[in-house]
Design a protein around this ligand. Structure first.
Ligand SMILES: Nc1ncnc2c1ncn2[C@@H]1O[C@H](COP(=O)(O)OP(=O)(O)OP(=O)(O)O)[C@@H](O)[C@H]1O
Length: 362
């Protein structure tokens, strides 16, 4: 395992910022920690980097214990590269020397270091910018220099703390592609922290949804969306209605008096449950539910909205390739739903889920 986290905890005053996180991150994975502001993401990353001590638990990197009871390997001896929001490049050095620095520092000749730097600059497609100063680069280019410097430092594990947070939306999208390509090329295990769900879904091989210092679910982007483990995760990832239903034990459920086919982890036992309905589960134009559209907006190529249905506690999320209009009433049917694990009474209330759902995306 590239990164092993075992029950790690960090408390500031009487508040646990990280409250018992356990995870195994495989070699070469792109692992994203996604969560709202203040949930403990940066503290977690700082502990892995060695910039923060642990109150409990253990961390191993590449099979070597680096933090635990009585043990704290300093950051420079952990073989991890860290990319923060700010790029931390040396302003007086040109791009090539910024990247060559860690190689020279590791004992190689200046010539060898410069040759190595050229190679790493090619990985991030900046070979033509080698003699520029950081001040002469765009934000995205500086970010790429920071990535190249991480590679030059020989890091097998790269930690990124919201590296795109300071960039405008267009550049963010471009850099997302760059980081994706960089990961494919360099193959370094990457632990990436963000509060942006779209970014997480676009980049991750697996996502850990973090809230209140804990991992709530760790899964592929598709499983997080299609098979959320809790109401909180269902509302945090994508758009969803979370509704009461009566499971019939034969692959179906009664939802608002209508039969809907459902999927579940294993077989859902008959009885009351909470089910998740996504836009892809709702058919427009025919069906037993009259839905009054509200909050309709155009999202490049398709329309999205919410449809309030009498008798259903949550409006149904809808999407359509043809125009939708605020206030119109459409006939709807719910074609499928996902059954949340656990008895209905153990799932958090609507409000808990809504608070976490700061920026829903599809
Ligand atoms: N050095 C510190 N001293 C006291 N409290 C701290 C310290 N560092 C972090 N905290 C607290 O720990 C909690 C988690 O902070 P952390 O920075 O890890 O969150 P985050 O998820 O990275 O947030 P953001 O996305 O806003 O950066 C917060 O309540 C924060 O105020």
């Amino acid at each position: 395992m590239a990164v092993s986290l075992s029950g790690i905890r960090k408390t500031f005053g009487d508040r646990a910022a990280v409250d018992g996180v356990t995870a195994e991150i495989a070699d070469g994975e792109f692992f994203v920690v996604l969560g709202p502001s203040g949930c403990g993401k940066s503290t977690l990353l700082r502990m892995i980097a060695g910039l923060e001590t642990l109150d409990a638990g253990e961390i191993a990197l590449g099979g070597r214990r680096v933090a635990g009871p009585g043990l704290h390997v300093p950051p420079e001896a952990r073989n991890v590269g860290v990319v923060f929001q700010s790029y931390a490049l040396w302003p007086h050095m040109d791009v090539r020397d910024n990247v060559a620095f860690p190689i020279e520092n590791a004992g190689q000749s200046r010539k060898a270091a410069r040759a190595g730097a050229e190679r790493h600059l090619a990985t991030v497609a900046l070979q033509d910018f080698a003699t520029r100063r950081p001040a002469e680069l765009s934000g995205g280019q500086r970010q790429r220099v920071a990535l190249a410097r991480c590679l030059a430092g020989g890091a097998r594990t790269i930690l990124m703390d919201e590296p795109l947070a300071n960039l405008d939306p267009h550049l963010r999208a471009v850099m997302e592609e760059e980081i994706h390509a960089f990961h494919r090329e360099a193959g370094a295990t990457t632990l990436y922290i963000t509060h942006d769900q779209r970014e997480a879904m676009a980049l991750a091989s697996r996502v850990a949804v973090m809230a209140r210092g804990r991992f709530q679910q760790v899964a592929t982007p598709q499983d997080l969306h299609d098979r959320p483990a809790s109401e909180e995760v269902a509302r945090f990832i994508g758009r969803a209605a979370v509704l009461d239903a009566e499971i019939d034990g034969t692959g179906g459920a009664s939802l608002g008096g209508q039969r809907v086919s459902v999927t579940a982890e294993g077989t859902a036992p008959p009885g009351q449950a909470r089910v998740v309905v996504r836009p892809g589960d709702v058919r427009l134009g025919a069906g037993p539910f009259p839905g009054r559209l509200e909050r309709v907006f155009y999202r490049g190529g398709s329309w999205e909205g919410l449809a309030a249905v009498e008798g259903l506690a949550d409006p149904l999320p809808v999407a359509s390739a043809s125009p939708l209009r605020d206030g119109e009433t459409l006939a709807l049917s719910v074609e499928a739903a996902w059954v949340l694990p656990g008895p209905a009474s153990e799932t958090p209330g609507h409000d808990a889920g809504r608070q976490a759902s700061a920026e829903p995306v599809e």
